[in-house]
Design a protein around this ligand. Structure first.
Ligand code: ADP
Length: 776
């Protein structure tokens, strides 16, 4: 590659005289730049930038001088391949006219390698670098203009030299609108060669209107810069950044093939559009919304058509608007290049979300503010999660702190106390400030400390995850208490032991309770024993009394029989002696009759007592199978007079219990008493009807005797079974019948119940166990 001599000599001149100065200039330009890329550079020391720029400059100039245009580049590529250099973008690997600019880019890319930034920031950065590229082209153009103004003799040669190295097309158009020169590497993608289009007329041969219009404008004396289309010979559409500069002879056109860049920008834009998690949009310098992506629509709920042109304060709460917060954000971004904040923002539907907002100010090459980009991220989920975590942690902490019945605290892996709660304070007596940082063995007795027992507990908890124990622990005041201790090992996500939690419960009270409960139990047992003994004694006593009573009844009935018979005999002897005449005396006769009645009553009572006495003597040996229907018939015969006299009706339904195992005489006594009472205590209003029913199950025979007689007053029901108790005097009776019935039944292990309605009748229910079953 032949560089023009001019370049070579100028390069030697620069290397020899001005390289230092040039380098300083470049640093100055670099650091004063308004792009954020430049601000990144500020993070480098001047020395670093200086060394970098100097090396690059020397490389470039050296290549020019020695005609080795690709050596420096080749070196870079080799480094890059070895992974020792930063990414080299294709377009950046091409040398710019303005080498200083090239150096900036190289430095930036070097820097990027070490700079950790978010994806979005990186994208913004790459975009800015691309903008640099454009700027550099403009700068190149200025250089050409200068060269032209200097009217150097070999200018075509110079231009040609430039053209062979960069993808530009230089076109000269004369005042008539005809192409007089066209050359450059930029022609390659169009499939054209140098001067292919000489003699083309902008009016007749140009196809695309933007090219015609801008060429006309330039011919009228105006510099233009625009993106225009060109068709390659194979029919491919390409895009060029065109600069038309009016000169004395017509126009010089400088066209840079930007097809790839446009495509890339297109990709970039569609990437921005497609970003769903971020609302990314542009604002005018005044804060009016100029672009809108899908993420913005998803996040804020506005469609592109309804939000473009609105002021971005629409996303802020009224209070923030009144405080001029949106304006403040723009001010800050303008001043510092960037403003980042978090806060609530509004959706179209009025709902709020927690947002992270980054506003970046955009400046053009003249350092004029051209607007802002705003990136909003929805952090609601993260915020909520954080909030939840925080409140649950707080809740847990206050819960633990407030627990009074348990000492709950944390230990470092070595057993140092790291936290303290109310319960710990209460149980152990230490305040938080005096115990945190101490070793937990302080709670152990000297003996246990000597045995290294606290350490043993931690080891056990470490091995098994948990360790539970009961034993004596020591309070601050030296007193001991009986404790239940649970130590749990705590691990972090990677499984590393980070400490222990320890829960201690004071069991002294429980111990005390247990002990007093035991004492109470023993006391109770004693009392029960005493009571049982007393009861047994009473029962024994009662049995003895009962026995005495039975004996008395027996003796009385037996011993009184003879004297009363004697009295009866003596009275009749007396009256015989007195002679028949004496009975004519009314008084004497009445006395005799009264004596006879009394004797008779006396004898009846003795008879009843004899009956009672007999029941006690009755043994189970006389038990037999008694046919109930026969027995009832037997009773009916016995009381046939009573039945006839009262017009009584005796009915029975005996079902499956016709035969009952019982002492025959006793069963007859039961049936006799119940039936005869049913007739005796009849209602004067109706003929007596007595119904006997019997049913049987696995364990019991149940005999029911129902009458339609006078019935019994409710308050008397309980007493009718008492000895000598009577509630009706209009008929003869002794008040012993039901007493005998009850005793017979209870002696046999059974039970008798009565239900009665006064004026309607009574039902007696006799339940007799079969075999060993007893009712109580
Ligand atoms: P007595 O029949 O000899 O009086 P009981 O012991 O058989 O003695 O009965 C006690 C009392 O119970 C009776 O005096 C009577 O007042 C009441 N009584 C017994 N059976 C009946 C009955 N079926 N209907 C009404 N009252 C009855």
């Amino acid at each position: 590659m032949d560089y023009p001599n001019y370049f070579k000599s100028y390069s030697v001149f620069l290397l020899d005289n001005y390289i230092e100065e040039l380098t300083e200039n470049v640093i100055g330009i670099t650091k004063s730049g308004k792009f954020s890329v430049c601000r990144f550079l500020k993070q480098f020391s001047d020395a670093t930038i200086y060394a970098n720029i100097k090396r690059e400059l020397e490389d470039i100039l050296h290549d020019i001088i020695h005609d080795t245009p690709y050596d420096a580049l080749a070196k870079k590529i080799a480094l890059w391949k070895d992974g020792k250099d930063s990414i080299l973008r294709k377009d950046l690997s091409v040398r710019d006219i303005n080498s200083g600019n090239y150096i900036i880019k190289t430095v930036v890319l070097d820097f990027l390698r070490y700079y950790e930034c978010s994806k979005i920031e990186l994208i913004a950065l790459v975009k800015e670098i691309t903008d640099y590229f454009q700027t550099s082209t403009e700068m190149g153009l200025n250089a050409i203009e200068e060269i032209q103004n200097e009217e150097l003799s070999d200018k075509d040669e110079i231009i040609h030299g430039i053209l062979t190295n960069i993808p530009v097309v230089i076109t000269r158009i004369n005042k008539e609108g005809r192409v007089t020169y066209s050359a450059g590497k930029g022609l390659e993608p169009l499939g054209r060669k140098d001067n292919d289009t000489v003699n083309f007329s902008i009016y007749h041969d140009y196809i695309f209107p933007e090219n015609i219009e801008n060429a006309k404008l330039a011919l009228s004396g105006k510099s233009v810069s625009y993106i225009g289309r060109s068709l390659s010979l194979s029919g491919e559409l390409r895009e060029f950044q065109n600069y038309f500069i009016p000169v004395n002879t017509g126009i010089i056109g400088f066209s840079l093939d930007v097809t790839e860049r446009v495509e890339e920008e297109e990709r970039f834009r569609s990437f921005i559009d497609a970003v769903k998690d971020y609302a990314i949009f542009r604002l005018s310098p005044e804060g009016y919304i100029k672009s809108w992506n899908e993420g913005a629509e998803a996040l804020k709920g506005y469609k592109k058509s309804e939000i473009i042109g609105k002021h971005f304060s629409i996303f802020y709460d009224k209070e923030l608007q009144e405080d001029h917060f949106p304006e403040y954000e723009l001010e800050q971004a303008t001043r510092n290049g960037k403003f980042e904040t978090e806060g609530f923002r509004l959706r179209k539907d009025g709902s709020r979300f927690w947002a992270n907002v980054i506003i970046t100010a955009l400046f053009d090459k003249n350092n004029t503010l051209v607007g802002f980009t705003k990136i909003t991220r929805n952090l609601t989920e993260r915020k909520l999660a954080e909030e939840r975590l925080r409140t649950s942690e707080e809740r847990f902490r206050s819960l633990v702190e407030g627990v009074k019945d348990y000492a709950i605290f944390l230990l470092e892996p070595d057993g140092t106390i790291a936290s303290w709660n109310e319960g710990a304070k209460r149980i152990k007596g230490y305040n938080e400030d005096e115990i945190i940082g101490k070793h937990f063995s302080i709670f152990y007795t000297e003996e246990k400390k000597k045995q290294k027992y606290p350490e043993y507990e931690l080891v056990q908890a470490g091995i098994h995850g948990k360790f539970e124990d009961e034993g004596l622990r020591v309070r601050k005041d030296g007193t001991t208490f009986y404790a239940n201790v649970l130590i749990t090992a705590l691990h972090d996500a990677s499984g590393k032991l980070i400490g222990y939690s320890k829960i201690t419960r004071d069991l002294t009270e429980r111990k005390f309770l247990e002990e007093s409960l035991q004492a109470m139990n023993a006391d109770l047992e004693n009392k029960v024993k005493e009571r049982t003994d007393e009861l047994l004694k009473t029962i024994k006593e009662l049995k003895r009394i009962n026995n005495d009573l039975d004996n008395f009844i027996y003796t009385a009935s037996h011993d009184l029989k003879a004297p009363i018979s004697n009295i009866e005999g003596l009275i009749s002897n007396l009256f015989e002696e007195l002679g028949e005449q004496s009975l004519l005396n009314v008084d004497l006769r009445e006395i005799k009759e009264m004596i006879d009645i009394s004797v008779e009553k006396f004898q009846m009572t003795i008879k009843d007592l004899t009956e009672i006495a007999k029941i006690q003597k009755e043994s189970l040996e006389n038990v037999e199978l008694v046919g109930l229907s026969d027995l009832i018939d037997d009773v009916k015969i016995t009381i046939s007079d009573q039945i006839a006299k009262n017009n009584a009706e005796i009915i029975y339904h005996l079902d499956d219990c016709n035969e009952i195992k019982f002492v025959r005489k006793n069963l007859k006594s039961i049936i006799y008493n119940l039936i005869s009472n049913g007739i005796k205590y009849r209602s004067p209003d109706r003929n007596p009807i007595v119904k006997i029913m019997c049913s049987s199950d696995e364990f019991y025979n149940t005999i029911i005797c129902q009458d339609n007689g006078l019935g019994i007053k409710a308050e008397n029901i309980d007493k009718i079974f008492n000895m000598f108790k009577r509630f009706h005097d209009h008929v003869e009776g002794s008040g012993v019948g039901l007493y005998i019935v009850k005793r017979i039944i209870e002696n046999a292990g059974g039970r008798i119940d009565v239900e009665s309605v006064e004026g309607e009748g009574s039902i007696f229910k006799v339940i007799l166990p079969k075999g060993e079953f007893e009712l109580h």
